[in-house]
Ligand binder design. Structure first.
Ligand code: NZQ
Ligand code: ZN
Length: 388
């Protein structure tokens, strides 16, 4: 494996009733003035907003609010949050929502202590040197943003969707109560399943030698997602199913399963390009691209694909060649995404070939994209063509 240093300072509260028991005490650690950040209002409908406000009253917090964070959160909205933090001297940014709310809050926390435009952290390789304290209450299992430092912001004016992260943007604390995900729609639950499964695949397709445990950790998370996906879709208010999936989402992208292992991440980079132009749900884009990326890079290392087929999907090699086994593994991923109702083609969202050249050029702006196979702009276009 590669040499590595691992750092993850997020205190994570898992389970029922943790918000009521521990939120006020956490808030008190970080100061009085809290910016509460949330999305389009789902937290009000299912009662979480009232619970959070009660805890904030217990903490004697002075609460400012920024609502209306969009799915695929926009820079213009992040700017509003940064302005509130600077004007009001906010101590703690409290994000209540899915990955979009959490990511926007990370950007707000970093932008609040920066003199320039927070977009610098996304558009360039510059990274924040400080950030306000951030706490999160997760309401949708998907991104892992509750326990990582990353965030993805869209600049709608320039049609760029870009990720960034730094040691300063880990949440100080995160609350993961499966009950807060009971009202997530079937469609968003599917997208979340695809996203967390894809995070594991991005790590798993790696040429780093001697990563036996990392591979088996990845395989375990994938098997657990496969084992619970149907049940969580059928019974969205089943606590145990939501809990199993929530933990998979956190583990898929908190760095624990992939230490010392060079992941790929080309599929994510390509998906971000599609979302930047067409504002589609991240998980939907991944479901379309991933199987096509797999076919495109298969010959850069069929053994890992064959291993996925046997160890994760239980496909027996029999008389199959390694390549045929690998292809059966790719078909199994596609079949899983189909079974849970994820889209197959860009046509599902009415997306044609417009902008493919721009997307490919931007995805490869640092030369190539991805690691399993270093993709050129021509490779990216070929993958996008296969998604049409
Ligand atoms: O806005 P509200 O009203 O809250 O509704 C949201 C939104 O419409 C709704 N929702 C969330 N929790 C709910 C709920 N509806 C009912 N009940 C609940 N409990 O779901 C919709 C989608 O929410 P969103 O936050 O956009 O979804 P998700 O968590 O999938 O986040 C997607 C964003 O995260 C980025 C994606 O690119 C995308 O912008 N990612 C962030 C990553 C990270 N920080 O590490 C990694 C990922 O790969 C990903 O790129
Ligand atoms: Zn993702």
């Amino acid at each position: 494996m590669n040499s590595f240093a691992f750092y993850n300072p997020t205190r994570i509260y898992y389970g029922k009733g943790q918000v009521e028991t521990h939120l006020a005490e956490e808030v008190r650690h970080y100061g009085k003035k809290v910016l509460l950040v949330y999305g389009g209002g789902s937290i009000k409908k299912f009662g979480l907003y009232d619970k959070v406000m009660a805890s904030l009253r217990d903490a004697n917090a002075e609460v400012f609010e920024l609502s209306g964070i969009e799915p695929n959160p926009r820079l213009s909205t992040v700017h509003k949050g940064v302005a509130i933090c600077k004007e009001q001297g906010i101590d703690l940014v409290l994000a209540v929502g899915g990955g979009s709310v959490l990511d926007a809050s990370k950007a707000i926390a970093a932008g609040a202590l920066y003199d320039g435009d927070v977009w610098d952290f996304y558009a360039t390789r510059k990274r924040p040197e400080a950030a306000l304290a951030l706490g999160t209450i997760l309401t949708l299992s998907a991104t892992g943003s509750e326990m990582n430092s990353g965030g993805v912001i869209t600049n709608w004016e320039t049609k760029q969707k870009i990720g960034s992260g730094s040691v300063h943007t880990f949440p100080k604390f995160s609350f993961c109560d499966p009950e807060n995900t009971f009202t997530v729609s079937r469609e968003q639950t599917t997208y979340g399943l695809v996203d967390m499964f894809s995070h594991v695949l991005e790590s798993y397709f790696s040429h780093t030698p001697n990563t036996d445990l990392q591979e088996r950790l990845c395989e375990s998370v994938m098997q657990t997602i496969l084992a619970h996906a149907d049940a969580v879709l059928e019974n969205p208010t089943d606590y145990d199913e939501r809990e199993a999936i929530m933990y998979c989402g956190t583990m898929a992208l908190n760095g624990m399963i992939s230490m010392g292992m060079q992941g790929d991440w080309a599929t994510h980079a390509i998906e971000h390009e599609i979302s930047a132009f067409h504002d589609i749900p991240h998980g939907g884009g991944l479901a379309i691209i991933f199987p096509n990326w797999m076919k495109h890079v298969l010959d850069s290392g069929t053994a890992r694909f064959a291993q996925l087929a046997t160890r994760v999907f239980g496909i027996e090699q029999g008389s199959k060649s390694e390549r045929d086994l690998a292809l059966a593994g790719i078909d199994a991923v596609r079949a899983f995404f189909d079974r849970i109702g994820a889209p197959r083609t860009l046509a599902h969202y009415g997306i044609g070939r417009d902008h493919f050249n721009e997307m490919a050029a931007h995805a490869t702006r640092y030369g190539t994209v991805g690691q399993y196979k270093k993709l050129t702009a021509a490779d990216v276009i070929a993958i996008l063509e296969a998604c049409v």
